[in-house]
Design a binder for this molecule. Structure first.
Ligand code: ADP
Ligand code: ADP
Ligand code: ZN
Length: 213
């Protein structure tokens, strides 16, 4: 199964990807997580990506595609994968569909989470992220363990630099300008399912399962 989990920053892609990937037994490919890993390791790619990420802008398409193409070719993607946070531009979507086509593979579905901007700002400003495994939490809706550490790996739970309010606003503007056209692109081609991303986390999971069934 090859899936794209689409939606604005803070829509719940990472949160829901964790459930879906476990159920479907496919790897989660999250471009933001890949960039943050490079950032932590201080690689050249990490330094480049950081300048865009912390300004609420997108990393250039060629850089993103280079990484995604390499990742998709790995063995664990043979039975499928869930893309989280990719594609974010129409160009990226075209590159992905072209690559799949060349491999004789098809995209099964694009699950598009819809959440209003005011709610996204609340979610992102309260988001906390595990420094080690990238699991996401929320100070009110989904808190980390009692000791304030990651429930999954025991790592330190921090606020991402780009989850500061001014950067959040820039990321939403970038989403509306550059990324929302990707949804129309997928709709025209019959891949997209719009899913209400509001309400309790488990309710959203149920809607995603229903859409897949
Ligand atoms: P969120 O979970 O809030 O949607 P991500 O962790 O997916 O954010 O991405 C963080 C940042 O990494 C983005 O704001 C952007 O700068 C960069 N990034 C991630 N994925 C892509 C992509 N597919 N294309 C361009 N930039 C990306
Ligand atoms: P994305 O990967 O799309 O940027 P996340 O999965 O990181 O989004 O979720 C953003 C923030 O909102 C996190 O703090 C997460 O715990 C919280 N969150 C996710 N889903 C919900 C929900 N249904 N209701 C309230 N908060 C949520
Ligand atoms: Zn962790």
């Amino acid at each position: 199964m090859i899936l794209v989990l689409f939606g604005p920053p803070g829509a719940g892609k990472g949160t829901q990807a964790a459930f879906l990937c476990k159920e479907l037994n496919i790897p989660q490919i999250a471009t933001g997580d890949i960039f943050r890993k490079h950032l932590k390791e201080g690689t050249e790619l990490g330094k480049l990506a950081r300048s865009y990420m912390n300004n609420g802008q997108l990393v250039p398409d060629e850089v993103v595609w280079d990484i995604v193409e390499t990742r998709l070719a790995q063995d664990d993607c043979a039975n499928g994968m869930l893309l989280d946070g990719f594609p974010r531009t129409v160009r990226q979507a075209e590159l992905m569909l072209g690559w799949l086509d060349g491999q004789g593979r098809v995209l099964n579905a694009v699950l598009a989470l819809e959440v209003p901007d005011e709610e996204l700002v609340l979610r992102l400003s309260g988001r906390r992220t595990c420094r080690d495994c990238q699991a996401t939490y929320h100070v009110a809706h989904n808190p980390p363990g009692e000791d304030g550490r990651c429930v999954r790996c025991g790592g330190e739970v921090i606020q991402r630099e780009d989850d500061q309010e001014d950067t959040v606003r820039k990321r939403l503007a970038t989403y509306h300008r550059d990324t929302s056209p990707v949804l129309a692109f997928f709709e025209e081609r019959g891949y997209a399912h719009r899913i209400d991303g509001t309400g309790a986390i488990e309710d959203v999971t149920r809607r995603l399962r229903d859409a897949l069934a």
